[in-house]
Write a protein that binds this ligand. Structure first.
Ligand SMILES: C[S@@+](CC[C@H](N)C(=O)[O-])C[C@H]1O[C@@H](n2cnc3c(N)ncnc32)[C@H](O)[C@@H]1O
Length: 238
């Protein structure tokens, strides 16, 4: 996550619409947005009237998030799942594949146990994660053109280049480099790592944490996921 360019290269999409629609069906108010990043989606949750605690370990991302306009009060936390208050939320949501940043089974299980603890009885845990069977990386690797963005301070054009390394052990690894398009000067380079978990692995881990009524939607429609689904959207209950 590179806050400087994140919102410009991750525009509003049907995934965001889906999360809002899913939350709306639940008739709840108090949510935690875990891995909120720059508040890209948090701002829309706020507009929809939710009472939000928004948590992310990336301090710079939280600074970007805080500088946006929001109706109502949002409680911003630089931290992770361990900072969530116990028995406090009607839903915990993790959007844009936050689930894939937990690289080890231990860290993943730890995070979802924290989510379980943070939810009120009957509370919902909602998140998305890419289906490893769909091999999204094969498409990513074909794209040889940079993303573009504008530096919000200088107004200069930026290019975001991605260098894919593939799987290192069982973690998909790539590097993002932000350059000034005119001077070619490298401004930021960041290593990104993603863990792809199968539907069975996710299911098992949720059950181990205590979740039940696990519902898996596919590709941003209110339909059951299939084996070819690119993204799983998972909805489970404490
Ligand atoms: C792809 S971004 C998604 C941001 C946001 N949810 C959205 O919809 O735009 C992944 C986020 O996960 C955050 N993250 C990394 N490690 C985390 C952890 N241990 N707990 C919670 N969030 C984490 C990153 O800082 C980053 O903001």
């Amino acid at each position: 996550m590179i806050p400087l360019v994140y919102d410009q290269i991750n525009r509003w999409g049907k995934d965001d619409e889906f999360f809002l629609a899913l939350l709306k069906k639940l008739h709840i108010k108090k949510i935690a947005d875990l891995g909120c990043g720059t508040g890209r989606l948090t701002s829309h949750f706020a507009k929809a009237g939710y009472h939000i605690t928004a948590v992310d370990p990336n301090e710079e991302a939280i600074e970007y998030a805080k500088n946006k306009e929001y109706p109502g009060e949002i409680s911003w936390v630089v931290g992770d799942s361990s900072n969530l208050k116990s028995n406090a939320f009607e839903a915990v949501i993790m959007t844009a594949n936050v689930a894939q940043v937990f690289l080890t089974d231990k860290s993943w299980q730890h995070a979802i146990s924290d989510v379980y603890r943070a939810l009120k009885p009957g509370g919902y845990f909602i998140f998305d994660t890419r289906n490893p069977i769909a091999k999204a990386w094969e498409q990513w690797e074909k794209d040889k053109t940079p993303d573009v963005a504008i530096h919000h301070m200088s107004g200069e054009q930026l290019e975001i280049w991605t260098e894919y390394k593939g799987f290192v052990e069982d973690v998909y690894t790539f590097y993002e480099t932000v350059k000034n398009a005119r001077t070619d000067k490298v401004l930021i380079q960041e290593k990104m790592e993603l863990k792809f978990r199968t539907q069975e692995e996710i299911d098992e881990s949720l059950q181990r944490a205590g979740f039940s009524q696990i519902q898996v939607y596919g590709d941003w429609e209110f339909k059951q996921a299939t084996i070819e689904t690119k993204s799983f959207i998972i909805h489970s209950i404490k």
